[in-house]
Ligand binder design. Sequence first.
Ligand SMILES: Cc1cc2nc3c(=O)[nH]c(=O)nc-3n(C[C@H](O)[C@H](O)[C@H](O)COP(=O)(O)OP(=O)(O)OC[C@H]3O[C@@H](n4cnc5c(N)ncnc54)[C@H](O)[C@@H]3O)c2cc1C
Length: 382
Amino acid sequence: MSQLSDLKVDIAIAGGGPVGSALALALAPQGYTVTLLNPPAPGAPDLRPLALSYGSRLILERLGVWSHLAPDVTAIQTIHVSQRGGFGRVNMRAAEIGVPELGYVVPYQTLLSAITLTLADNNANILAAQMTHWKAGEVAQVEYSFADQAQSLSARMLVLADGGSNESEGHVKTFKYQQVAITARVVSRYPHQARAFERFTVDGPLALLPFGTGWALVWTTSEGRAAELSAVSDAEFLASLHIEFGSRVGEFTAVSDRAAYPLRRREFDSAPTPVLRIGNAAQTLHPVAGQGFNLGLRDAWFLAQHGATSTLRLGSSAWIQAYLEQRQADRRASLDMTHSLVQWFGIDQFAVRQARGLGLQILGMLPPLKRHWMRKLSFGQR
Ligand SMILES: Cc1cc2nc3c(=O)[nH]c(=O)nc-3n(C[C@H](O)[C@H](O)[C@H](O)COP(=O)(O)OP(=O)(O)OC[C@H]3O[C@@H](n4cnc5c(N)ncnc54)[C@H](O)[C@@H]3O)c2cc1C
């Protein structure tokens, strides 16, 4: 491949997933020259459903995305949390923290399309290009492949929002959960009535989220069980789901769009100045409690706010350090909260099951504690 141009920009963003695209959008009014590199979409669509928090809705409204998205989301009014094989449950209602809804369910692909549409309205500079190499120095040097040609650009700051897909293992702490999330659309006998369910099992949490006239399922289970569930017929799948989830929404009558996602937690080292990471390229979370995108969106939003208000030189180590310090508490809390939920609910011992049940009951009986948790889930650690 031959080297062609040498573009110079203020900010290059590698990765046009929902987080990188949201950052490009948030930076659009600020007068920086921004280029977003994103390879053409792979053939198969990403079928995962996302639960957006109310806090994410507020950010998406400010970005002008919400009006494109609103017709396609399903609101969550109540979240019911329980554990399989043990007592204790807690109900969380939107009114308890004074918000109109606790969250919204939308397919990953629909969210991405809404952000991309808004980017087009803003004439953002997007290259259908894959970053192939980057190097930090006075400026960041980025090499990328565009229409089968090697090209390069230099940027005062490079933001890695590539989902962490290009990272060598030396720069990341990885924990393999040995769990797989099976996602699917399912239909049940009774309507969802804007209720979401999070049911913890020792194999992993099972989330049933209201979506359209049915449900979006995120069923986390052991690798072996996931392989079995991926292979069985629809009828067998629905019967297994009924056993795992119980009868709260009646029998399950239809399933479609099954997909499987192996799960791991990843925590990336900081990149050298003037490069930084956001979203899954900074931290990859277990999907329990639906936090990954919501956290990544806050990464993007606060990065753009920092760009608008900081008097420090863009891309300098002081500029980047100030941003990282601002984001540290939220990132740490989300990583620790999701990880400990999975670990704690994964222990298959009678005494621990009793303690968990008690914990859920206490949470339900202490409104200030419950509200504290609900606000954390909705707005992150502030
Ligand atoms: C089963 C499941 C359910 C989930 N449910 C929820 C939920 O309910 N709520 C929630 O908040 N989060 C949820 N998450 C997490 C959420 O999906 C991620 O946190 C989110 O997708 C991260 O977005 P991102 O843009 O950082 O990364 P990604 O979505 O991974 O996007 C990365 C982008 O970078 C591009 N890219 C890769 N390499 C390059 C390169 N070399 N050059 C240029 N571009 C590149 C890719 O093509 C892609 O477009 C869930 C995750 C899973 C697995």
